[in-house]
Write a protein that binds this ligand. Structure first.
Ligand code: ATP
Ligand code: MG
Length: 246
């Protein structure tokens, strides 16, 4: 049993979820390492949603509310940590969840699909083995990107995605919203909107933000989008980390 008084209690809870997902065949070995990299950056940003990330989450909500076919791409880490909130977001926006794995195996696809099925997600994509983006430059163990949903989508939400795959989506001309605690990663640098924050805080905040902006005028929502600049957002995220060191 974890001790609630432990100063790193929350962080330990998430570690347990990660370990459990690994044992349940949802998370690949490298997913555990990616989580550790995320923890480091979370420590540096103070393990809280900064005013700048809250603003970026609001911009992301506005994107979701103005696009015709957004899709929520999920991987092992996202499923390990926030599958319930992903299911809620998918229902709220009435958009599909698409399984996209860096290390794709039929077993992991099946295990992850079951998680979202059990949570009542209506449309789960990325389970068809034949339907992929042609990615000749993505070699090694890295899987291509599933396209059932992404091909038709005008907005792709990619939490914790790998840089090469993010670049591939960007090359297809898709608008990308990423969630990445590292503001310097290639994923962070190539996205339309980069939320530099922990996925465990982002999805609940995003749900609240969608509920708030749903009631706004289309012109106000568009203005929020137009005023946003991702380069500025990333620079602020980096400055916030530097401030912590000082
Ligand atoms: P890139 O491929 O984009 O250059 P990378 O190779 O450094 O980045 P990957 O291992 O491909 O990183 O992807 C994992 C990314 O997810 C890392 O940038 C890490 O900081 C981030 N990350 C890990 N856990 C979380 C989390 N809980 N919330 C948000 N981001 C996270
Ligand atoms: Mg990478």
């Amino acid at each position: 049993m974890l001790n609630k008084d432990h100063p790193r209690y929350q962080s330990l809870v998430y570690r347990e979820k990660i370990v459990e997902a690994h044992e349940n065949g949802i998370l690949a070995d490298s997913g555990m390492i990616a989580h550790g990299r995320g923890e480091t950056f979370d420590y540096l940003i103070g393990e809280k949603t900064t005013p700048n990330s809250q603003n970026t989450i609001d911009v992301a909500a506005c994107y979701f509310l103005t696009r015709k076919h957004p899709v929520l791409s999920v991987n092992g880490n996202t499923t390990a940590l926030v599958s319930e909130d992903i299911a809620k977001l998918s229902e709220l926006l009435d958009i599909p969840v698409e399984i996209n794995l860096y290390y794709r195996t039929p077993e992991r696809i099946e295990n992850i699909e079951r998680v979202y099925k059990d949570l009542g997600v209506k449309e789960i994509l990325g389970t068809d083995e034949d339907d992929f983006i042609d990615t000749p430059n993505l070699n090694g163990p890295r899987s291509p990107v599933s396209i059932e949903g992404i091909k038709k989508s005008d907005l792709v939400f990619i939490p914790l995605e790998d840089g090469d795959r993010a670049e591939k989506l960007y090359d297809l001309g898709k608008d990308i919203i990423s969630v990445d605690l590292n503001p310097l990663s290639r994923t962070a640098q190539t996205s339309t909107v980069t939320i530099v924050d922990n996925i465990v805080r982002v999805i609940p905040a995003l749900i609240e933000s969608v509920k708030k902006y749903e009631n706004y005028d289309k012109t106000d929502i568009q203005e929020k989008i137009d005023l946003f600049n991702n380069k500025t957002n990333l620079n602020i995220a980096i400055k916030d980390i530097i401030k912590r060191f000082e």
